[in-house]
Design a protein around this ligand. Structure first.
Ligand code: ZN
Length: 133
């Protein structure tokens, strides 16, 4: 795995959270994007080499809405950049980790992504992402 590409943060409402993170990070949100595969809205901020991804659920029964219901707003996942997502998924499977999807899927920011089940990673939802450029 390579650098941390982004940290995903679950928020209830972009209307309050985008201005809050703009103030906190002293930068502007450079894009918002709907992610069909997860049914969430995402908002991105650059902080050096790493990004912050705010996640807002579009549906009350979506994964982000359920997360907030259980744990409240806060850090949702950590995403690591990988060079070859298929090879990394194979390696992690062989190490006994549980993947939440069998094949890489389309994530935000023009990436191929795969999530690891948090029960095998001390409660941390880990995302692998590979740039599609
Ligand atoms: Zn993410």
């Amino acid at each position: 795995m390579q650098n941390i590409d982004h940290i995903g943060i679950a928020v209830k409402d972009f209307k309050t959270s985008i201005p809050l993170f703009e103030k906190l990070l002293n930068t502007t949100c450079y894009k918002t994007e709907w992610v069909e595969s997860e049914k969430v809205n995402t908002a991105f901020f650059k902080t050096g080499e790493t990004k912050i991804e705010l996640l807002e659920s579009a549906t009350p029964d979506g994964v982000v809405a359920k997360f907030i219901e259980k744990k409240g707003e806060g850090i949702h996942h950590i995403a690591f950049e990988v060079k070859d997502i298929q090879a990394e998924m194979k390696r992690l499977l062989e190490e006994g980790f549980v993947l939440l999807n069998e094949a890489p899927k389309s994530g935000a920011d023009n990436k191929l992504v795969c999530f690891l089940h948090p029960k095998g990673t001390n409660g941390v939802l880990v995302e692998l992402c590979q740039s599609r450029v």
